[in-house]
Write a protein that binds this ligand. Structure first.
Ligand code: SF4
Length: 283
């Protein structure tokens, strides 16, 4: 009989749950509710909210007329200049940015005031990185594809995008310490979100303990991709899927146990459907 192990930390994280609740409450009482791009990176959840009346717009394209509309800011924030413009043009702006992400912006601003040169372990173009870059000027973004460590100050501070991998962040901090440049003070701010760190640990354990490992989440979800990369390093039979319909029968050949983990923007219902489908395969 095939064993199915579901991770303890599964479904929405508290930041996503909070953002979804804000949107659900608004669309149940108001007609014109807009969101600045995807509220969260999960296609199924976005389509559910859109069916309930949520309207999405791209902040980089021409905006609709917001005179009678409420605009919601997505969970990982938007650049502050855009926020300012929205506040001028919309009837109301509701900020659903996760408090953990706003906390990183505040910490960056504090370190800037203290005269630190600022670095962020993250991915250019990600919503959160765009937001953090707007909160402080001259924030340098680096990662293992672009690991250029060059600083000119004596005081240097390193931060992380909340959804990056903690092992990569630690390695980056070590590279700073080993770099040829010298500094008098180096502040390491591990701002990887604790929720995503716990999920990384669980993915490591579950992918080693099971024949097949399924990582469930949206194709654009940065933290789901990260979990999948960790899983596939440890288990060659690891797959990233959006929902139950993407499970392929061939993956289950001679499989005695399946482990299921998810990104932080995956609804619990998707996990329940996957468990049901796996049980049916078994019958
Ligand atoms: S992963 Fe962490 S930082 Fe991102 S929304 Fe969830 S709780 Fe907030």
């Amino acid at each position: 009989m095939m064993k199915i192990e579901v991770a303890k930390n599964i479904g929405f994280c508290f930041g996503v749950e909070r953002a979804v609740k804000i949107v659900e409450d608004l669309i149940s009482t108001e007609k014109n509710v807009y969101i600045t791009g995807d509220l969260i990176h999960n296609e199924e959840e976005m389509s559910r909210l859109e069916k309930m009346g949520l309207k999405t717009f791209n902040v980089k394209e021409k905006w609709p007329d917001f005179t009678n509309s409420t605009v919601v800011i997505r969970a990982h924030g938007i650049p502050l200049q855009i926020l300012g413009s929205l506040e001028k043009s919309a009837k109301r702006v509701v900020n659903a940015t996760c408090p953990v992400v706003s906390g990183v912006a505040q910490l960056l601003q504090r370190e800037r005031k203290n005269g630190f040169e600022l670095f962020l372990y993250g991915r250019e173009g990600h919503a959160e990185v765009e937001y953090l870059k707007s909160a402080v000027d001259r924030l340098k973004v680096l990662n293992w594809q672009n690991p250029k460590i060059f600083f000119s100050s004596k005081k240097v501070a390193l931060f992380s995008q909340t959804t990056m991998d903690v092992d990569g962040f630690k390695r980056m901090a070590k590279s700073f310490l080993n770099s040829k440049n010298s500094f008098s003070t180096f502040h390491i701010h591990n701002t990887v979100c604790s929720v995503t760190m716990e999920r990384e640990e669980e993915v490591k354990r579950i992918s080693k303990a099971n024949d097949l490992c399924l990582i469930v989440g949206g194709k654009k979800s940065s933290n789901t991709k990260k979990l999948y990369e960790i899983a596939k390093e440890l288990n060659k039979n690891a797959h990233m899927i959006l929902n139950a319909s993407e499970i392929q029968k061939i993956w289950l050949n001679s499989v005695k146990s399946v482990g299921i983990c998810s990104g932080t923007s995956t609804p619990l219902k998707t996990i329940e459907d996957i468990v049901k489908r796996l049980r049916n395969f078994k019958n």
